[in-house]
Ligand binder design. Structure first.
Ligand code: NAD
Ligand code: LMR
Length: 305
């Protein structure tokens, strides 16, 4: 068994964290042989609620969970962390765009960037979930100049999972048969879910998703809009933003970053642009990536094929 790593979850008393913490404690993200210490950050007024979350974590009786530190102090929360899930921030309500959250959430990511800079490991892997996720990741990295900018990522995995599920449902296949759907851009209604290079395994052989679906209107219009507006559709139905699926996506993103992607498989992550595909450098943009030895690489898709 390895030495424990320290993992911080911010917004630990909130909805997403409630579904995420079990995955972390059960070894579903960092692996079944990796013990963890969990640092749980929330704001002072939520400390009583957080006590309840701590009780539940203890009652899970999971052997990989070595220590639990609930706190409202970023200096304590970010101390020596190897992985950070930055969830804590205000969610949008019906009728809002994610960018409307900037005013409320920008200060949070400035303070947490400064705390990461001072207290976290220099190789910390940071996943920003709080919206608007791409912008918040950029802000956070700006205030953490001692940590490589490549270590700050934004979550578009929920969009990827939604897109994969929608394609699988259209083709009436199991979701894991669909691969390499790409999410380009921002985690916002301007994102572009792209199936041009996606594949589906049918009766043991790999086929092209556009060929199998064979309906350009569905692929280029209906599907794109479903994925772009899925978050809003969940809010309209639940009166709260997605949480269970967001937590699953956060676990998927960090697991693939930590453990690596499978051969031939791409995942989408909001990462610092290196200028690929003509996207301006140094903004956080969702690209297809592969991961090896804890390092991601932007996939250079050949559009002429
Ligand atoms: P929530 O309101 O249930 O929980 C947020 C928690 O953050 C609360 O407990 C709150 O007290 C805490 N918090 C607020 N300020 C904080 C601070 N400065 N430090 C630490 N904690 C703080 O919200 P939620 O449903 O868990 O959603 C959290 C965020 O995730 C929202 O911004 C939401 O829009 C976003 N989100 C992103 C995606 C994505 O795909 N990127 C998906 C779903 C939700
Ligand atoms: C989502 O996509 O479900 C989240 O970003 C929450 C939201 O505001 O839509």
């Amino acid at each position: 068994m390895s030495e424990p790593i320290t993992v911080v979850v911010t917004g630990a008393a909130g909805q997403i964290a409630y579904s995420l913490l079990y995955q972390l404690a059960a070894g579903m993200v960092f692996g079944p042989n990796q013990p963890i210490n969990l640092h749980l950050l929330d704001i002072p007024v939520m400390m009583k609620v957080l006590d309840g979350v701590v009780m539940e974590l203890e009652d899970l009786a999971l052997p990989l969970l070595k220590a639990i530190v609930p706190t409202a102090d970023p200096a304590v929360a970010f101390k020596d962390v190897a992985a950070a899930f930055l969830v804590g921030s205000m969610p949008r309500r019906e009728g809002m765009e994610r960018k409307d959250l900037l005013a409320a959430n920008v200060e949070i990511f400035k303070v947490q960037g400064e705390a990461l800079n001072k207290y976290a490991r220099k190789d910390v892997k940071v996943l920003v979930v709080g919206n608007p996720a791409n912008t918040n990741a950029l802000i956070c990295s700006h205030y953490a100049p001692s940590i490589p900018k490549q270590n700050f990522t934004a979550m578009t995995r929920l969009d990827q999972n939604r897109a994969q599920a929608a394609v699988a449902s259209r083709l009436n296949v199991q979701v894991d048969k669909v691969k390499n759907v790409i999410i380009w851009g921002n985690h916002s209604s301007t994102q572009y879910p792209d199936t041009a290079h996606a594949t589906v395994t049918l009766e043991g052989s790999t086929k092209s998703v556009p060929t199998e679906i064979n309906n350009e209107d569905w692929l280029n219009n209906i599907f794109v809009e479903i994925i772009q507006k899925r978050g809003a559709a969940v809010i309209a139905a639940r009166k709260m933003s997605s949480a269970m699926s967001a937590a699953k996506a956060a676990g998927d993103h960090m697991r693939d970053w930590w453990v690596g992607t499978k051969p031939g498989e791409w995942i989408s992550m909001g990462v610092l642009s290196d200028g690929s595909y003509g996207i301006p450098k140094d903004i956080v943009f969702s690209f297809p990536v592969t991961v090896e030895n804890g390092q991601y690489k932007i996939v250079q898709v050949n559009f002429s094929s």
